[in-house]
Write a protein that binds this ligand. Structure first.
Ligand code: NAP
Length: 481
């Protein structure tokens, strides 16, 4: 008789460098904890790049993840420089795992300068937008640009994920960490959307902190934080910092959460210099597997495995990255954890309940402004001329069009009309043309302006300026009046 198992199938990707060793160790621990899982192995990363697949993720792996919707992933090495994209970022983006959850907590038996402070916090990082959208262009041979794209949709879902996580884990305080003081539209969007979403969670203490102060506070008084939600780049940096507070990358797990797929991994990379030496610390990915078990609502095996890991470390058994006492290898550490299944450590596991993943549709996040009015255009040009000469040329070229040159800036600082100071101009100018008296402007008018400018200067980039409900949808340059 054939029996059909109810056990969930999980796609397991061994990964590169130390990946296969720490993943194998973790699978042994998960099985010993009594979890009910069917593993399905798939490949991604270096070996796949070498097969000539530029994404680093073959179709069979994508098909497996679409089916299982849960992934335990070893680290994937990323080629540096031109060419291939990161297979990690590709996987996160392909499956819209929009929130990256990175918990850290003081670990028994792992001494740090912060031992005894009771650190127990989570960084929730937006995972698919921001500078990591990877939209980069060489504007000139010597000027590079990376677009920082932030959507209301992305901000709403990561904010609500952080708030839901706080409730599921019995946490009390959630702050958004942003650079909204400088980037008012992009970083400011997360601040505004988080504070609006927080109104639906009156049981939680919520607020905003500027991200640089957040980094400072994390080192001065990390115990004040509970959940921090932040944009992709900020979260990448802050979460490496927080892993350093509790003993380093060997102890930092993470979960990539989307509405249909969840992917669990260590924060660390493939550490190629440790490959094959049986010295890597499997704790980070093992704790990621504990998060995975909770996601699959296998709460008992999750707690058994977490407690066995804590009890092993508390007994002074650890790998070489804990720089005290005599280290053991990956295999010996794993054996010691397996021996301690069922043992309690002095650090109790947090109470966990199933977490609600917020489902927000793009329509939910779409605003319907009453008015959107074209008020001008920014044309980016390449020129080695000084700003006054560029301005004289552009004023002449715009004669007879509805556009008037208002300002020229160089890397964001107004250089015409002169605002003082001594900005060093490089050959990349933003030239702001405005439409006075709100004359209706057609597509042809704009194309005519670009045609005229293009006859003299190489333009590489154009941004339309508009007001949305009478508020400017663009920022002023530094020094622009
Ligand atoms: P890394 O692999 O995280 O290694 C940095 C250092 O951290 C290692 O040299 C090692 O320190 C220590 N370390 C990391 N994991 C450890 C573990 N489990 N046990 C013991 N020590 C550990 O960072 P990297 O060298 O910058 O990146 C290597 C490759 O991984 C790159 O191709 C990168 O793109 C990729 N990467 C992948 C992911 C991912 O898959 N999610 C994340 C980050 C990086 P010692 O030298 O002191 O032993």
């Amino acid at each position: 008789m054939t029996t059909v198992s109810d056990a969930p199938t999980v796609t397991v990707i061994p990964g590169d460098g130390i990946g296969p060793e720490v993943v194998a160790a973790t699978l042994r621990m998960v099985d010993a904890a009594g979890a009910d899982i069917v593993w399905e192995e798939a490949q991604a990363g270096s070996r796949v790049f070498l097969q000539g697949i530029p994404s680093g993720v073959p179709a069979e792996t994508i098909e497996s993840i679409e089916r299982t919707r849960t992934v335990l992933k070893g680290p994937l090495a990323t080629p540096i420089g031109y060419g291939e994209k990161s297979a990690n970022v590709t996987l996160r983006k392909l499956f819209e795992t929009f929130a990256n959850i990175r918990p850290i907590r003081e670990i028994p038996g792992v001494p740090t300068p912060f031992t005894g402070r009771g650190i127990d916090l989570v960084v929730v990082r937006e995972n698919v937008e921001d500078l990591y959208a990877g939209i980069e262009h060489m504007q000139t041979p010597d000027v590079a640009q990376c677009l920082k794209l932030i959507s209301r949709f992305g901000c709403q879902r990561v904010s609500r994920t952080a708030l839901e996580l706080a409730r599921a884990e019995g946490r009390h305080k959630v702050v958004a960490a942003t650079k909204a003081n400088i980037m008012k539209f992009t970083e400011g969007m997360l601040q505004r959307e988080f504070l609006a979403a927080a109104e639906d969670y009156p049981d939680l203490e919520t607020g905003h902190i500027i991200v640089d102060n957040c980094a400072h506070q994390l080192v001065i008084a990390p115990e004040q934080f509970d959940v921090i939600v932040t944009t992709n780049m900020n979260g990448d940096i802050l979460s490496d910092l927080t892993s350093g507070l509790v003993g380093g990358l060997g102890f930092a797990p993470s979960a990539n959460i989307g509405t249909s797929v969840a992917m669990f991994e260590a924060v660390h990379g493939s550490a190629p210099q440790l490959e094959g030496l049986d010295v890597a610390n499997p704790t980070a990915i093992a704790l990621a597997a504990v998060m995975m078990l909770r996601h699959l609502e296998q709460f008992e095996p999750a707690e058994r495995m977490e407690q066995a890991i804590f009890a092993t470390l508390e007994a002074g058994i650890h790998t070489a990255d804990v720089r005290v006492g005599e280290p053991v290898g990956t295999t010996e550490f794993t054996d010691a954890v397996i021996e301690r299944m069922g043992t309690k450590s002095s650090t109790p596991s947090r109470p966990h309940r199933a977490m609600r993943i917020p489902v927000i549709t793009r329509d939910d996040a779409r605003t319907a402004p009453d008015s959107r009015v074209a008020v001008g255009v920014d044309v980016f040009i390449e020129s080695a001329d000084d700003p006054d000469k560029v301005a004289q040329q552009l004023i002449r070229l715009a004669e007879g069009t509805p556009y008037t040159l208002k300002m020229i800036s160089n890397r964001g600082t107004a250089v015409w009309p002169r605002a003082g100071g001594n900005t060093e101009c490089i050959d990349h100018f933003r030239c702001r043309f405005v439409l006075f008296d709100q004359v209706p402007v057609s597509q042809e008018d704009l194309l005519d302006l670009l045609q005229r400018i293009g006859g003299v200067y190489r333009w590489m980039h154009v941004e339309k300026l508009e007001t949305i409900d009478d508020d400017p949808g663009f920022t002023r340059a530094q020094g622009e009046n």
